[in-house]
Ligand binder design. Structure first.
Ligand SMILES: Cc1cc2nc3c(=O)[nH]c(=O)nc-3n(C[C@H](O)[C@H](O)[C@H](O)COP(=O)(O)OP(=O)(O)OC[C@H]3O[C@@H](n4cnc5c(N)ncnc54)[C@H](O)[C@@H]3O)c2cc1C
Length: 318
């Protein structure tokens, strides 16, 4: 029997979208090449923080809505979402972050809060999402709503015609091969996972000349980053990059010195000049696209999922 919608992809975007569809009463299922633990989403740090996603105005709107949903989820321990304070650091004096409108209580750091070498910083409280826990929570929520997940590589979108009335494309970087979208490019991100030596606050320096640098504490471990290599496809961790990450993060947070290294990971962010969130009506099988979230897929997930739901309803008609 044909479903209302089939969602391609089981990362944070596919799962959030599929949950919104099912919980609004639509019959939606997921088809995915990889299960959540093997997606880019599983590698994310993941702070609520708009990074390498465009256009800015939409990112702010989707991000603000996602922030609200995460604040609600943070009240439930089992979700993996937690509100944490952190600092964004700068080597030069700068104005408020451009996204400050979505976050209440952004404040300029006092000078004695800044690590050596920094001239500016802003402190704020945002959701930090422990992705392995959160992705399991999303899968459980989707299946509790009656959703099914099928492991299958989709070669062409129209091969799903007859299986559903609308296709919802949440394939991330996979949309490049699926649709021939040449504007999609990987932004390779490498991280080091270490045992948490007792840190609570995250720190981040987007403009470190040696590469984006961040320390994100979670319940048991810390994610240390990172890299943002545009156009790089290799997913093997690089030893030199890992050493650089450990050195820069320890300079930012000296309590990391000697922390036990647990894992090295790489994820390919789906970089695109603009997030593609739109309806394509003239295909054999009507499509709603929701991909290309760059370094902000977690930050934009619920805002984009709600807009995708509206587009799917439009595609299904009265
Ligand atoms: C190191 C790192 C740190 C990050 N930190 C943050 C952060 O702090 N905050 C933040 O908001 N974001 C962060 N991100 C970005 C975030 O991880 C991505 O934007 C997000 O994961 C994209 O989600 P997605 O669901 O679109 O893609 P993915 O997680 O890649 O999922 C795509 C899904 O589509 C499936 N698929 C693809 N092609 C096909 C096909 N042909 N057939 C069937 N299935 C297919 C895949 O198997 C997969 O299930 C980070 C990323 C990295 C790498």
């Amino acid at each position: 029997m044909s479903a209302d919608a089939v969602v391609i992809g089981c990362g944070v975007i596919g799962l959030s979208t599929a949950i919104r569809l099912r919980e609004s009463g639509l019959d939606a299922r997921i088809v995915t090449a990889e299960l959540p633990a093997n997606t880019t989403s599983a590698v994310a740090a993941a702070i609520w923080y708009p990074y390498k996603a465009y256009p800015q105005e939409d990112v702010l709107r989707w991000g603000a809505r996602t922030f609200e949903v995460f604040e609600g989820l943070a009240a439930n321990h089992g979700t993996g979402v937690r509100m944490r304070e952190g600092v964004e650091l700068g080597r030069e004096r700068a104005g408020e972050p451009w996204w400050a409108g979505a976050v209440s209580g952004v404040r300029r750091c006092a000078e004695d809060e800044l690590p050596a070498g920094y001239r500016d910083g802003h402190a704020f409280v945002v959701p930090v999402v422990e992705m392995p826990v959160y992705l399991r929570y999303l899968v459980d929520r989707f299946t509790a709503a009656g959703g099914e997940i099928e492991e299958r590589v989709v070669g062409r979108p129209d091969e799903l015609a007859g299986e559903a009335r609308v296709l919802v494309n949440c394939a991330g970087l996979g949309a490049k091969g699926l649709l021939g979208d040449d504007s999609l490019r990987p932004i390779r991100g490498q991280v080091v996972r270490v045992r948490n030596p007792g840190l609570d606050r995250f720190s981040l320096d987007e403009d470190d000349p040696e590469g984006v640098t961040y320390v994100v504490p979670r319940s048991e471990d810390c994610i240390l980053g990172g890299t943002a290599d545009e156009g790089a496809w290799h997913t093997e961790p690089d030893a030199v990059a890992a050493a650089g990450i450990l050195r820069r993060c320890t300079a930012l947070e000296p309590r990391l010195a000697g922390a036990e290294v647990l894992e090295h990971r790489v994820g390919l962010r789906p970089g695109r000049p603009e997030v593609r969130l739109e309806r394509e009506a003239d295909a054999v099988l009507p499509r709603v696209h929701n991909y290309g979230h760059g370094g902000s897929g977690v930050t934009l997930s619920w805002g984009c999922a709600e807009e995708a739901l509206r587009l799917v309803r439009e595609a299904l008609g009265p």
